[in-house]
Design a protein around this ligand. Structure first.
Ligand code: GDP
Ligand code: IMO
Ligand code: MG
Length: 427
């Protein structure tokens, strides 16, 4: 069972980092295939807390080789800051492999991300401000800078100058900002080149050979289904394809190499940034979920919007990603509610629908229809077997499984590596 994808089923921050970590020593390669340092994956290992943004969570597992695929956009300042931070804590980062085709986030991408958001005003996306959208736009617009360009300084200069010829017009004439000096950008990038060189690899070749040899390759998703630029709540999405199919494009493996797709679902729902969120709670209940679940962004520290579990949201993710399993996280956070509402459909303009509506306008107006499940009072953070969970908690899990139509194979009952209840092996 060698090719496994882990993917968020809601709007991010489902606990993908912890789920990746869960697979542990059996994983030979852990691969980031999309997004950049907009991600924030928090892991608690042996009582130590790690927050990773760009590196795959598998970097904490000494057996696994961490890989950054071509589908990722890399901010080299952030990459080496993260590498240095982990090295200082005794984590070995020397095995890191980086695709020569991955695109680079530069100063002008970061600046453009922030100024375009400001200009959008009330129509802003609520981006992380890390330059993600502008870097992907340049990639599609064929104006991007790739890792391999760092090793040909004259090509690098041509590309940076070509990009800045255009960006500086925008920055100065539209956004009223200062022009960016190409030399500053080039010097910054070349300053990282020699350090990056030993990590640059033919990632598709390495991964396909590993799969041929029946090694376990884990494709670690960032963001989530509903933040996908094609399948998410556009335009309130990120600029890449976090869905499972994105692993093939963003790492360079064929669809036939993916054997298993594990959807990560939080036992309730959260979202950072703007965009529709039918089950959002704007009252004290939402505040309680936020406080109990420590729902503050790992990357930007923003308050996460909180609401009840939305079954159609996870169900559509299951279908489009082809989930074989679900790993349900943060079930422990729901202890103490007398009843727990679960969204099983919506009312749209007075009409009851069971699935996520076809159009964004309808989704914006969708009023959740709830089923009220019995809660449980017990602290479940010490549970290790399904039978350790209170009966009503077990029934909650079983009902979600039924509504989404995919088996729940693992349950998170706390942030630490060992706080988990496994129902089916994930490898
Ligand atoms: P990711 O972006 O999907 O990796 O998720 P984040 O790391 O941004 O957010 C998930 C947060 O929940 C992190 O702080 C994790 O340590 C924490 N977490 C993950 N699983 C569980 C769980 O089962 N229970 C609790 N209480 N916390 C969890
Ligand atoms: P992880 O991997 C939650 C959201 C931003 C914003 C939108 C676009 O930790 O789950 P971007 O900077 O990507 O252009 O912002 O996407 N977003 C995330 N929300 N978790 C993430 O990553 C996210 N990455 C981006 O808040 O709404
Ligand atoms: Mg996160």
């Amino acid at each position: 069972m060698p090719g496994i994808v882990i993917v968020g089923s809601q709007w991010g921050d489902e606990g993908k980092g912890k789920a990746t970590d869960q697979l542990g020593d059996r994983v030979d390669y852990t691969v980031r295939y999309s997004g950049g340092n907009n991600a924030g994956h928090t892991l608690v290992v042996n009582g130590e807390r790690y927050a990773l943004h760009l590196l795959p969570s598998g970097i904490l597992n000494p057996h696994s080789t961490p890989v950054i695929g071509n589908g990722v956009v890399i901010d080299l300042d952030v990459l080496f800051e993260e590498v240095d931070g982990l090295t200082a804590r005794g984590v070995d980062t020397t095995k890191l492999l980086v695709s020569a085709n991955a695109h680079i986030i530069t100063e002008y991408h970061r600046v453009l991300d922030r100024v375009t958001e400001r200009f959008l005003g009330s129509r802003r996306i609520g981006t992380t401000g890390r330059g993600i959208g502008p870097a992907y736009s340049d990639k599609i617009n064929r104006l991007g800078i790739r890792v391999q360009d760092l090793f040909d300084p004259s090509i690098l200069r041509q590309k940076v100058e070509a990009a800045l010829d255009q960006k500086n017009q925008l920055l100065v004439k539209v956004y009223n900002r200062r022009a960016i000096d190409p030399n500053e950008v080039i010097d910054n990038l070349l300053g990282h080149a020699e350090r990056l060189r030993p990590h640059v690899a033919d990632v598709p070749l390495v991964l396909n050979r590993a799969l041929d040899a029946d090694q376990v390759v884990l494709f670690e998703g960032a963001q989530a289904h509903h933040l996908d630029v094609d399948h998410g709540t556009y335009p309130y999405v990120t600029s890449s394809n976090p869905i499972a199919a994105g692993a093939c494009i963003g790492a360079g493996v064929g669809p036939t190499r993916i054997d298993r797709v594990i959807g990560i679902a939080k036992a309730y729902t959260t979202r950072v940034g703007e965009g529709p969120f039918p089950t959002e709670l704007l009252d004290d209940d939402g505040e309680k979920l936020r406080t109990d679940g420590h729902e503050f962004g790992t990357t930007t520290g923003r308050k996460r919007r909180c609401g009840w579990f939305d079954a159609p949201v996870v169900e559509v993710a299951a279908r489009i990603n082809g989930f074989t399993d679900i790993f349900l996280t943060k079930l422990d956070i729901l202890s103490g509610w007398k009843t727990i509402p679960v969204c099983v459909g919506y009312e749209v303009n007075g009409v009851r629908v069971d699935r996520v509506p076809l159009t964004q306008t309808d989704f914006h107006h969708a009023v959740p229809v709830y089923e009220y499940l019995d809660g449980w009072a017990e602290d479940i953070s010490g549970a290790r077997e399904f039978s350790d969970l209170p009966k009503t908690c077990q029934a909650y899990v079983r009902r979600l499984e039924e509504l989404v139509g995919v088996r729940i194979s693992g349950i998170g009952v706390g942030p630490s590596r060992e706080q988990v209840v496994m129902l089916h092996d994930l490898i």
